[in-house]
Design a protein around this ligand. Structure first.
Ligand code: KIV
Length: 273
């Protein structure tokens, strides 16, 4: 454990994130999709866990987040919630679970909350304001996600920086203000120029969580498999803080060699009576 101060709250709630913004303490968020990893991230001291629909293109092996279903998100959310108690757990509403109408968004958000989530996240600014307001009115905290929104990747012409140029910047600021006014407790800014993200962070009273949005946000989020070096490729805005993939590959290769060479199991790993 890297942080063992007794003053830390036992459970991170929305007000703790607001307080962190106030005192300019950066908020940490990592994605996670299962109990065992959630427990490790909790021990590492992460403030918030995002059960992201990046579950699809990481652990489930889909090419994007589009195929991810609400049922899959419910299973991942329940698993994460069994593994970690202290971090605030935010679960993604997957593509197709909220776009039809605010009532659909409320129904889907209820399922994620029943699985154990503390809050939900959805993609979109002004266009999702009604849905954010309805879900919030149902007593469910909502984190918005603007800038590059992977669920609209086709519409946006691929993963590209959003908010460049005066017109796009003004639209992004409008989106950020709209989600705050609709009741969102935080907003993820993805692939946004650092200057624009810092400007939005100053304008908003709710925390901004950046991914590829520079150091001026109130917090940062990364996809854990990128951050821990599980893959050979990761986006340029991400950073590899460890080589878990290499460690796992090495352990699996050692195991295979030990079995093939009759060194495992030895007497100390066998029931001799
Ligand atoms: O699903 C996810 O991992 C996300 C992050 C990119 C913020 O939404």
């Amino acid at each position: 454990m890297t942080d063992s101060t007794s003053a830390r709250p036992r459970k991170i709630h929305l007000q703790h994130l607001a307080e962190m913004k106030q005192r300019r303490e950066p908020i940490t968020m990592l994605t996670c999709y299962d109990a065992i990893t959630a427990h490790i991230l909790e021990e590492a001291g992460v403030d918030t866990i995002l059960v992201g629909d990046s579950y699809g293109n990481t652990l489930l092996g889909y090419g994007s987040t589009i195929p991810v279903t609400l049922d899959e998100m419910v299973v991942a959310t329940a698993s994460v919630c069994r593994g970690a108690k202290r971090p605030l757990i935010v679960a993604d509403l997957p593509f197709g679970s909220y776009e039809e109408a605010p009532a659909q968004g409320v129904r889907s958000a209820v399922r994620l909350m029943k699985a154990g989530a503390n809050a939900v996240k959805l993609e979109g600014g002004l266009r999702q304001a009604d849905t954010i307001a309805k879900i919030t009115a149902a007593g469910i905290p909502v984190c918005a996600h603007i800038g590059f929104t992977p669920q609209s990747e086709s519409n946006l012409g691929g993963p590209r920086v959003q908010g460049r140029g005066e017109e796009q910047e003004a639209r992004l600021v409008d989106d950020a203000v709209a989600v705050q006014d609709a009741g969102a407790f935080a907003v993820v800014l993805e692939m946004v120029p650092a200057k624009v993200a810092a400007k939005i962070t100053k304008i908003l009273s709710i925390p901004t969580i950046g991914i590829g949005a520079g150091a001026g946000c109130d917090g940062q989020v990364l996809v854990w498999t990128d951050m821990a070096g599980m893959t050979t490729w990761s986006p340029s805005f991400s950073k590899t803080f460890g080589n878990v993939g290499d460690a796992l590959r090495g352990a699996a290769a050692d195991y295979c060699n030990a079995v093939k060479s009759h060194q495992f199991p030895d007497d100390s790993h066998s029931f001799l009576k």
